[in-house]
Design a protein around this ligand. Sequence first.
Ligand code: PLZ
Length: 461
Amino acid sequence: MTVTAEPETVRGGPGLRQQRELVTAIPGPRSQELLARKSAAVPKGVGLTLPIFVEAAGGGVLRDVDGNTLIDFGSGIAVTGVGNSAPAVVDAVTAQVAQFTHTCFTITGYEGYVEVAEALNRLTPGDFDKRTALFNSGAEAVENAVKIARHFTGKQAVVAFDHGYHGRTNLTMALTAKSMPYKSGFGPFAPEVYRAPMSYPYRDGLLMGEAQANDGAAAARRAIVQIEKQIGAANLAALVIEPIQGEGGFVVPAEGFLPTLLAWARENGVVFIADEVQTGFARTGDFFACEHEGLEPDLIVTAKGIAGGLPLSAVTGRAEIMDSAHAGGLGGTYGGNPIACAAAVATIRSFEEDGLVERARAIGEQFLARLTELKRADARVGDIRGRGAMVALELVDPTTGDPDAALTAAVAAKAHAAGVVLLTCGTYGNVIRFLPPLTIDDALIADGLDVVATALAETAS
Ligand code: PLZ
């Protein structure tokens, strides 16, 4: 099924045309002025991937303050799956903001919070009794999932995986694998966090050959042996893992890896926490990426795509685990803010009713077809991978297979200058990732991919 963004389904500011159009160089003069003000007012640590400032966005485009219209292949890092300023979200938020903006849910309740919890309990994998608690950011939800798992098990250790990303707070920095730019100089980090080897078929294959690289159960046993030897299940509260890794490089583990880990966790009284902050909400062509292998995590963490751009996150899971924390043990001033909840109810309804899960699959097919051509024509494209509207290419030195971060950065910079918001990722900085809003139309995808292909062809290694 193809859902094309009709003009009336796209708001995001008047006159926003679903077409790439540059009227100045990138950045234009207004963006340059704002960049100068940013440098004087905002610390360097808060970077900008593209040197532009946005004034409107919707469908598959962003328009900057100089009137340039750029193709959005990033969705604000997988947030605006439902589209920027999606009309249904705008209406829900507008209605809510006129009623009340805040009470603090743990002081006086409101229906929107409960509605979001009910929707997540219904939609997340697993036909068992569930509970959901709401928070503000992905990192805050991951922290709470770990708190809950520790409280339930009475154990302390937590295992995260190579290439994993879970946030920038103190505990989630500890869970995150990559030092630069996320951790370097920001320690000491939270204790009792350990790391296990991931299944990374492309790089495992470079080391061990394709057959072994695609043996997910074997990769899981490699991790389990390390966990048992270095930590011991008796001390381990939880495994925290992204079903497809986001920041780490869109690493899709070999089939069997996740189910084998889950089975081991269940046998050993270890809570299995799926971090679906980046993969959630139709992104991978299923409502949640865990569905792909029929995985039923004990706890599932969501954020990003949940509320069409408003800050909201959630921990959803087995009632007996979620209910183990004492009354008053979970909370926060803003968690499950009523405006964010109204946005989430409208967003989730749109994912369910507007065919966006199917649309994510169709987007994935369009990307993979074109990226496969690119890979065939250019040996520097070492791997293409992903699922649904979460796809990537990994750029390498064709003779050695070594990651080529410089090429990746150069291709991204060229695409930015040509009017495509393109994101990179990966432990080695050599992955170009595509996370378009699911409201983008086919013509924009084709045009954006032409830009990427040209940028790659024109960049010497
Ligand atoms: N878990 C799987 O992808 C956020 C980070 C952007 P927050 N990823 C984008 C950046 O450079 O800070 C993420 C994620 C996964 C957790 C998080 C953290 O979510 O909402 O950014 O806290």
